[in-house]
Design a protein around this ligand. Sequence first.
Ligand code: SER
Ligand code: ZN
Length: 535
Amino acid sequence: MRTDIAAPVRLEDYKPTDYRIDTVALDVRLHPESTRIKSRLRIAPREGTAPGTPLILDGDDLTLEGLSLDGMALLDTAYSASRDRLTLHAPPDRPFDLEIVTKTNPSANTKLMGLYRTDGNYCTQCEAEGFRRITYFLDRPDVLSVYTTRLEARRSDAPVLLGNGNCVETGKIDGTDRHYAIWHDPFPKPSYLFAMVGGDLGHLSDTFTTRSGRDVALKIYVEHGKEDRAVFAMDALKRSMVWDEKVFGREYDLDIFMIVAVPDFNMGAMENKGLNIFNDKYVLADPQTATDQDYANIEGVIAHEYFHNWTGNRITCRDWFQLCLKEGLTVFRDQEFSSDERSRPVKRISDVKLLKAHQFPEDAGPLAHPVRPVEYSEINNFYTATVYEKGAEVVRMLKTVLGTDGFRAGMDLYFDRHDGDAATIEDFLACFAEATGRDLDQFALWYRQSGTPSVAISVSRNEAADTMDVSLSQTCPPTPGQATKQPFHIPLTFAWLDPSGQPLNVASPDAPGSADGVLHLNDSKAVVRLPKTRD
Ligand code: SER
Ligand code: ZN
């Protein structure tokens, strides 16, 4: 038996942490091979935590250089530290300050998780579990803290120093060539949204005035000389900001919004609070060589990361099983943005082609998994077409089920009720059920059952009843761990057309559960009777 594989993490085992971390004050001295991170955490036991419950912080490849509690060095017997864990055996039964000093070598970090160097600049990637490669922490999405980050470096090494939130102070360190910047993010966030950047970068500046009249500075940082190639990305950003206000009522919340384009980046881009970091192929467009598709991709990814500010950051995920809560919803939002900005039918066709090319095979193979998985060994393997693209389709179906106004009412309630929360799919669906009075219990199966269902449809004229009878049936093939499926709630939009393709004005169908041109297939088989048109 192999014993080196960690036991899988299961959704059903979810428990909140025993301790909260209310504030994080980081003091980072950037150095290419030896960056020192001093982290001061304000920690408190949660209500109900038994006195003396150990505090276990996550780490990954870390070296502990110092540790103190309320300003006093800890006795060796009070804690144990390894490269992947720091345990306080019996922390105080009251709020306390823990100061942890670690060192890391950004130049040797080829995993591109945590703090690393790319083209001579420092940058970070913390989703999903990269923050633990910077310092010991409760590195999970349901631990929300207010972060202050002080960055210090030699001016020659990193003239630009960026962090999350607003810049509250910058200065020089007398008698040296060092300088610093202090960034404060007032919005509590999980560690995966932490970011810092240091380097010699050029930038493009603009401003945006929100609908309530707040001025926001916009900056896109790129390698010197490439500023012109970020002009389209800046335009896409401003259009995204307008669209989110208009369509979802969401306004930007900090004084500054920054994008940094870097050449080495594993994911497309990352929605770190106020400091998005991008693979530069989704920022830079050279008018001489960029294709129409390059422009569409840049616009889509800029919008996606910006929209995460509300769907992901202000409302985050309780645990990584809920990844589709932010990703499916945000993909849906960026698809809607591109549809409004460009051609809706062309966008829809390209999204469905992508779904069929990537998600359908995934759902039909050995790696099939529900939009919300129930178990993982390595969360990085779950950034899949199912979580992202099928997750977006499920949100689109929800809108079809509820109609435009019902969907918007549910979204408004979700933003209102869960702002500042680490939420679940159940929380999300409850807002739509409550705002519209609809029962979404069966709809929730879309999040639990894997596999691509097929729907068969036949239409026949029923002379006796003077109706058109639409016979519908659904089947879903078995998938790993799910031999049989319960019927999904499948909404089908329909319209009557005359032989020349013109819409016919037909009364709403009289079948129960069908109205406004949407048929609801809730069973494995159903016949929906529609009134026949009359001349
Ligand atoms: N959270 C990132 C994104 O999807 C990961 O790539 O935007
Ligand atoms: Zn995303």
